[in-house]
Design a binder for this molecule. Structure first.
Ligand SMILES: [Zn+2]
Length: 327
């Protein structure tokens, strides 16, 4: 099959013919109709993390089931599906307790296994769900990893209706998904962005307040902060927390290391909570929320062959919402 492939890391993707991934007894092969970009696509080219090579990227996929393993119901053939990018063993104690991101065998489609920026992708049958009604193919590929990650973050942050949540750097995929989900939950949503156009769009999408990322201080008293930027915003994110507030972090697009002021942490009784991806139960909830009409923000759609141009848009951080490839 044709796919974008990484043959060395650090390195660059090339469009090439690669062998089709082998289909296991419990797997389905999904013919990809649309796939979406994530920062993972860029990090893999920088060798952090360094994938098993050769590697096909692409964490987010929507498509049609074109082949099923021997243990899979044949009526799944032809189903229009979205792919849950979080794969785990589904049998161990943590999986059965709903904490599958902590499973020892946890994998992300497009990182630890081949992803969807190619003709097809193979995943366990438990990792496909019917495509939400009312979403276009482009939107169907655009909510997976970001929506799942954002949903688990809001849950781990114990966000309640009426509470104030600060979403840092609203242009990113996880942040724009968090905005849609938190508005749907009835939270008071404050966002930050450097870009006035992104701030205006966030207000149109239900944010109550939008502050400039360039401000030295953010005048916010947040119950929950959703952080995915890291060192560039960390100090202001912590200062924006109310006493007893919870900061949930799923990544650091500006770098891996931050400084924590211990007196501020303990006097204010803040909680700093790590979060990554989501469980199968959380995935089902996200798909249900999409069926209920939570909006999905697509930034721009490129043809599959235009992947390098799509990557440079992601790299430039110009986007608001997800960048999608049409196959
Ligand atoms: Zn497990």
């Amino acid at each position: 099959m044709d796919a974008w492939v990484l043959r060395e890391s650090p390195g660059d993707y090339v469009l090439a013919a690669v062998p089709e991934p082998v289909l296991g007894a419990g797997d389905v092969r999904v013919k990809v109709i649309t796939s979406a970009l994530n920062h993972m696509d860029i990090w893999l080219t920088q060798g952090r993390p360094r994938p098993h090579l050769p590697h096909v990227p692409g964490c987010d996929v929507a498509g049609v089931v074109e082949e099923v393993g021997q243990d899979v119901r044949r009526d799944l053939l032809g189903a229009e599906v979205v792919v849950n990018p979080a794969v785990s063993c589904r049998r161990c104690r943590v999986c059965l307790s709903g904490e599958s991101p902590l499973c020892r065998e946890f994998q992300i489609v497009g990182e630890h296994r081949w992803g969807g920026h190619g003709a097809s992708v193979v995943v366990p049958m438990e990792n496909v769900s019917p495509r939400p009604q009312g979403l276009s193919w482009e939107q169907s590929a655009a909510f997976g990893l970001a929506g799942l990650t954002a949903w688990r973050m809001l849950r781990r942050g114990r966000l309640q209706a009426g509470e104030t949540v600060l979403i840092v750097g609203v242009g990113g995929g996880v942040s724009s998904a968090a905005l849609a989900l938190a508005v749907h939950m009835g939270a008071h949503v404050v966002v930050t962005s450097r870009d006035p156009d992104k701030r205006a769009t966030a207000l149109e999408r239900g944010a109550a307040q939008a502050v400039s990322s360039d401000d030295e201080r953010w005048d916010v008293a947040a119950d929950v902060v959703v952080e995915s930027v890291g060192p560039a915003t960390w100090d202001r994110s912590i200062r924006a927390l109310r006493p007893g507030g919870r900061l949930v972090v799923c990544g650091g697009t500006s770098g891996p290391t931050v400084e924590v002021s211990l007196p501020r942490l303990f006097f204010k009784q803040h909680e700093i909570i790590g979060s990554t991806m989501g469980s199968y139960e959380e995935w089902a909830q996200v798909v249900e929320l999409m069926n209920q009409g939570v909006p999905v923000a697509v930034d721009e759609v490129f043809e599959l062959g235009d992947y390098p141009r799509a990557l440079s848009r992601l790299h430039g951080a110009d986007q608001l919402g997800k960048i999608v490839l049409r196959h």
